[in-house]
Design a protein. Structure first.
Ligand code: TIU
Length: 226
């Protein structure tokens, strides 16, 4: 196979070059449980409206990526209804209003098949895209994500979604250790804590992109073939 043409994205700490056909856009956990009131994120005491702010930019990026022929991976954090894949340490952590598996206004929190587990309608997956259920914060733990990426020859990952310092950063670090070149889209990821988002962006791109690059969705859309 001939080498795919490289696209160049203005990024920090320097340009991020990527072959579109070997790059996946990854949307981490854009689920009602994190973004809407009454879900898992709210049960932990968080202000979920912060996360809703990235939806328009992520939606524009998703549309442009699809129009350019790019492949998309959506992840969903959640557990089987019997919670057999939820470690007690995760369920019992802290003192939340409701725990994983308890019934809330959007169904049982973080349980597969419940309304709150679904990806928000604005970013709904379409045919041909991978929807990956994961029991942990990182998308490689307990899943066959690496196999799916290998089957498609994916070498580069574009990260978006929530929350920046929890599931997004954990997955990006897992990917970095597995040899993928990763870029995090600054205005298409969000945290319940602005200072944690800022720190994550800074630590990812420090030391010559020790974990990966950061860039904006506007620059990425502009870098895609018309
Ligand atoms: N609590 C929090 O910030 N995040 C999570 O529990 N999961 C994800 O980040 N998806």
């Amino acid at each position: 196979m001939a080498d795919a043409p490289l696209l160049t994205l203005p990024a920090q700490p320097g340009p991020f070059t990527f072959p579109l056909a070997q790059t996946a856009l990854v949307l981490i956990d854009m689920q009602r449980d994190f973004v809407e009131p009454g879900g898992f994120g709210a049960s932990l005491g968080n202000d979920v409206t912060r996360l809703q702010a990235i939806v328009p930019a992520l939606r524009r990026l998703l549309a442009a990526w699809r129009a350019a022929g790019g492949w998309v991976v959506h992840t969903r954090e959640g557990h089987r209804p019997d919670l057999s894949d939820c470690p007690p340490a995760k369920r019992l952590r802290g003192a939340p209003g409701l725990r994983i598996g308890d019934a809330g206004p959007m169904g049982r929190l973080l349980v597969q098949g419940e309304p709150g587990h679904a990806i928000i309608p604005e970013l709904a997956p379409v045919e041909g895209e991978l929807v990956l259920d994961k029991p942990g914060k990182g998308a490689f733990y307990g899943t066959d994500l690496q196999q799916h990426l290998a089957e498609r020859g994916i070498t580069h990952l574009v990260f978006t979604g929530v929350t920046t310092e929890v599931c997004v950063q954990t997955t990006m670090r897992e990917a970095n250790d597995r040899g993928y070149d990763c870029v995090l889209i600054e205005d298409a990821t969000e945290s319940y804590f602005p200072e944690f988002k800022a720190a994550t962006l800074a630590m990812v791109r420090a030391q010559g992109a020790i974990v990966g690059w950061t860039a904006t969705s506007t620059d990425l859309i502009a870098a895609l073939p018309g």
